[in-house]
Design a binder for this molecule. Structure first.
Ligand code: 5AD
Ligand code: SF4
Length: 442
């Protein structure tokens, strides 16, 4: 049997696309290899959000090309966002690549690889208007009790720093009936937790007008009503589109978890404007207040960029103070990375690497301090934990996640997929530690 190996870079959307890529390859009759060395078909599902993933991919491809030199029968396929962004140049940049495909054309991978996955010479892409939901493809699920569900593809925002709209195209929503059918199927297979995925989940449904009049709040309610689904998560909402009906649905649906990842990007209204985020610091703070009024236990995490072109020391200080004022439970901090073709890459006042580095270090300190204090405040309480497996650091402990999305390492005897009460006994900035409580008799 021929074997495949998939290497994935980037976000959850990409990780989910990789589940489809694997499902499709298995449908072609290939089995999964444990390593690139053992594989006949090497797939790279790439990301290009910042320069770093580009560089990591280049290093990986160097190794793959060396493997192919020893064994010319190997097929190298490159998909995802970097492949799409470099579609004109990919084959000349990387002569070892046989097949290339963008995020919207995973379905074509099957045609290009053919039965048995032998690969055709230099097959690539397809025209841009052929984008299809990969949700129609077979699925190789990595986790038994948790699943990703794609609700939309593409993005209509124009954030000045971001390459995503250029590589994933305009927003297209999946029909509500299709989403509900997929979640129902997953629930029947034993899935307890779903994460709804979209570039901007809060604008979901708008493009379905006039056929279907709906919004993300309605979708949350529909998924909440499906038997067996205990936890619903979603990522990511854009603050500009977070409306009352969604907040009400979050508050009223018992399965919707008390956590929102709400990318702020900056705490300075001036920078937000240059980023084309279309909200101010004040509007972001007002949204946080509305969310917390409706959902008192809500955990908030965010994405922050430092060193956006023209960011002054004062602008940066406002990002620091936003972290303190909101009290984020966690934040991903990014150094601004110019992406060719984006509006910001052409801006004149790019910050120096030294300034960016120094600012991100200061920001990380503050983020960690705030998150540590937020987690420390949970010590002594009891959290509902969905068990995922053994602890990564200490195999005598179990690992799971709270509804607020914090990882907990705990002493206990539960099996993966179970939801158990855990007494929290310790905290770091990113994890909790605790002990499972005996089940309370009903
Ligand atoms: N440079 C740095 N960070 C970026 N992000 C998106 N584009 C860039 C860029 N050019 C960050 C944003 C986004 C997250 C997924 O990546 O914070 O929310
Ligand atoms: Fe995900 Fe964006 Fe990276 Fe594409 S470029 S994989 S959408 S993070």
């Amino acid at each position: 049997m021929r074997r495949y190996h998939v290497t994935t870079f980037g976000c959850q959307m990409n990780a989910h696309d990789s589940e489809r890529i694997k499902g499709l390859l298995e449908d072609l009759g290939l089995g999964e290899a444990r390593s690139q060395e053992e594989a006949d078909v090497l797939v790279f599902n790439t990301c290009t959000i910042r320069e770093k993933p580009d560089q990591r991919f280049a290093a990986h491809l160097g190794q793959a090309a060396a493997l192919k030199q020893r064994d010319p029968e190997k097929v190298i396929a490159v998909g995802g966002c970097y492949a799409e962004a470099q579609r004109e140049r990919l084959f000349s940049l990387y002569p070892a690549v046989d097949v290339a495909f963008g995020p919207g054309s995973i379905a074509h991978l099957g045609e290009w690889l053919g039965a048995g996955g032998h690969g055709i010479a230099r097959g690539a892409f397809g025209t841009g208007d052929e984008r299809r939901f990969s949700a129609v493809l077979p699925l190789h699920r990595e986790r038994r009790f948790q699943a990703w569900v794609q609700i939309s593809m593409g993005c209509n925002s124009k954030c000045a720093y971001c390459i995503v709209p250029a590589v994933r195209g305009r927003e297209v929503s999946r029909r509500p009936g299709d989403v509900v059918a997929e979640v129902s199927r997953l629930a029947a297979e034993g899935v307890r937790e779903v994460t709804l995925l979209g570039q901007n989940v809060n604008s979901w449904g708008r493009d379905l007008l006039p056929d279907v009049r709906t919004d993300f709040g309605e979708l949350l309610r529909a998924v909440d009503a499906i038997d067996g689904i205990e936890r619903i998560r979603f990522t990511s909402p854009h603050p500009k589109d977070f409306r009352e009906p969604v907040i009400r649905a979050m508050a009223e649906c018992s399965a919707v978890c008390e956590h929102t990842h709400l990318p702020a990007q900056s705490g300075s209204t001036r920078v937000l404007k240059r980023m084309r985020r279309t909200y101010s610091r004040e509007r972001y703070l007002a949204l946080v207040e509305r969310l917390r009024d409706a959902i008192p236990e809500l955990a908030l995490t965010t994405d922050l960029i430092v060193g956006f072109p023209g960011e002054t020391e004062d602008d940066f200080e406002q990002t620091v103070s936003l972290v303190q004022e909101v009290g984020f439970d966690g934040a991903y901090t990014f150094v601004y990375s110019p992406r060719s073709g984006t509006e910001a890459a052409a801006m004149a006042d790019q910050a120096s690497e030294d300034v960016k580095r120094e600012r991100v270090e200061r920001l990380i300190d503050v983020v960690q301090g705030v998150a540590r204090a937020r987690n420390a405040a949970r010590v002594g309480g009891v959290e509902e934990v969905l068990v995922e497996g053994p602890s990564r650091t200490d195999p005598s402990l179990l690992r799971g996640r709270t509804r607020r999305n914090t990882t907990v390492n705990f002493a206990g005897s539960a099996t993966p997929g179970e939801t158990v009460p855990v007494r929290v006994e310790g905290a770091t900035s990113t994890t909790l530690r605790g002990t499972q409580l005996a089940a309370v008799a009903a």
